[in-house]
Design a protein around this ligand. Sequence first.
Ligand SMILES: [Zn+2]
Length: 244
Amino acid sequence: MAVALTAITERVHMAQTPLVNWTVVADDAGVMLIDAGFPGSRDEVLGSLRELGFGPTDVTAILLTHAHVDHFGTAIWFAQTHGTPVYCHADEVGHAKRDYLQQASPVDLMRHAWQPRWVKWSVDIMRKGALTHDGIPTAAVLTDDIASTLPGQPTAVPTPGHTGGHCSYIVDGVLVAGDALVTGHPLAARKGPQLLHPVFNHDEAGCVRSLSALATLDADVLIPGHGDLWIGPVREAARQATPA
Ligand SMILES: [Zn+2]
């Protein structure tokens, strides 16, 4: 599967695949991933780094928007193999360690199995290692002090709902929203700003509250966890994604 890498600013690059996106931030402080695809996305993640002239040992940190398998998959490998530090919101650390799991179960998903779109997607994500149960024992809290030393000096914007400790990040004025606000998904009936299907959200009301929080931001570019890049006021994207 090909990965499309788009330069958003000098430092921020969006890596897009049909199943999930991640962000590569590179500057003098090194290179950092925000999210890291499925466990089986390793070739694509390494490909996105290589395109910018980096190898796996150049990655100084991985930030997670949340610890779902499609977003932290290769971070398991990076942490195990290269000792790469992995950071997330304080309320997501236990999830990243797999002290507990806040993810739709195969049984939840089976309820939708009569829909062809869901069948194809299920097969695709299984191939990408969606059933991996590994956690990241070394996952740590992203503090302001740590954030100030990372490439792009990301600012955390807590957006709980999709998971209890979901967090978005702003780098260079670009909002990296993870699954707090997406613009498409293989299971979505339409493109454009939206929330994911409720089966994937831990707390639907929290998701809506987090959209309100995002609507107060001044950002004009949005890299979603799934779907296409959004260029325009994030406030407008959040408005469109808010259920009527
Ligand atoms: Zn996701």
